[in-house]
Design a protein around this ligand. Sequence first.
Ligand SMILES: Nc1nc2c(ncn2[C@@H]2O[C@H](COP(=O)(O)OP(=O)(O)O[C@H]3O[C@H](CO)[C@@H](O)[C@H](O)[C@@H]3O)[C@@H](O)[C@H]2O)c(=O)[nH]1
Length: 410
Amino acid sequence: MNWKEKNILITGISGFVGSYLAEELLKSGSNVFGLIQRRADGTKAKNMVDHGIEKDVKLLEGDLTDITSLANALDESQPDYIFHLAAQSFVPRSFKNPMETQTINSIGTANLLEAIRIKNCDPKIVFAGSSEEYGLVISSEEQHKQAQRQYGTIFPEPEKIPEIPITETNPLRPMSPYAVSKVHGDFLMRNYYHSYGLNTVVSRAFNHEGAGRGLMFVTSVITNQVMKLKFGETDKINIGNVNAFRDWSHVKDIIKGYMLLAQNGKSGEVYNQGSMRTNSILSYILLSLEHAGWNVNKIETFNGKKTIKDPTENDDNKVYGVKFDKTKVDNMMLEGNLEYSIEDKGILVDTDKGTITVEFNPDRFRPAEVPILFSNTEKIQKIGAKIDYKVKDIIKDQLNYYIKEGNRLY
Ligand SMILES: Nc1nc2c(ncn2[C@@H]2O[C@H](COP(=O)(O)OP(=O)(O)O[C@H]3O[C@H](CO)[C@@H](O)[C@H](O)[C@@H]3O)[C@@H](O)[C@H]2O)c(=O)[nH]1
């Protein structure tokens, strides 16, 4: 792919993903422009400083809610490619303040497309949609019944069960204001392609993590606390729902996918980006503890029930017809043989260096949950995407990041 001398505009350049992407594009010889909100204290965003890109990117002041500032950014950058990553991206925050999320994500995306249309420029636009758009994915007959009981109705009803691995044609059942805002952006992209001929392509990335991931997202919540345990700064791990399953990729694989979509993605199309794995939050905790130096022998709930020996033992059974790296507890949960609830209060992890407490915090549970995400990425693989990093590589990068005290406290 030839990126030399190409003009790139990244919205959300100071964010977690934006800064990885900008660094990669700068290395490839592109002129990178970034839309950024002015910081009242005049400091530079930590992500950009950490990636050493703050001097090389050309920052343009702007705001997604201000269409004039977007039009100015287009004039200044004359982009060949736009990566639209800026968003309010934290799901719980969207429940607390839905209008903020809709304004930034939905109206903001509409403003960007309108600015491009009015300016009559012709960049290829890659939009960061999300696996959250799929939302409530039905994984088994039992879970289908449970979801019907919990929500009263499911729309659309599944045509097949399980609806996993998730392809681009799976039903969209967004479960949060954040997810709805991403569905809106996703459809807008295609509408501007059909109605006005804009070159838009949608990435529906599943979770992507790595060093510098925001402290409020679960992989950082876990690895940050594990390092705090290591340094004696806390005596337990505080967590929400450990039953949820996510398809975790390394952010470095996903930004390569974004670049691939910019050059080879078909306009008007949607592409999943993910690892074709799924692992539980509980596994992420246990594997993080192991990589930080604790050998996990056994886990049990506070009341001494649900005892599992060697919970992190590798399991390579096929689930949903796919073979992938997972733990014994992942397999038990996926087969419906293990589930934790708030009533369990927490888990005691027996290790060779003593017992570690994992406490369930009711405030960290969501009003509506996405129980499982597991991608089918055959479509993007056909245009050359691949996943280089395993879950353990992501965990190691995150733990290393939190060795630095300033990062733990940040
Ligand atoms: N954040 C958080 N999540 C927790 C916690 N305990 C359990 N979880 C569970 O961990 C899962 C993942 O939560 P997040 O890491 O916050 O990510 P997300 O909601 O899946 O959304 C992320 O990925 C999407 C891509 O699929 C992104 O679109 C979105 O912006 C965000 O980055 C959820 O099921 C959540 O209930 C906790 O203490 N904090």
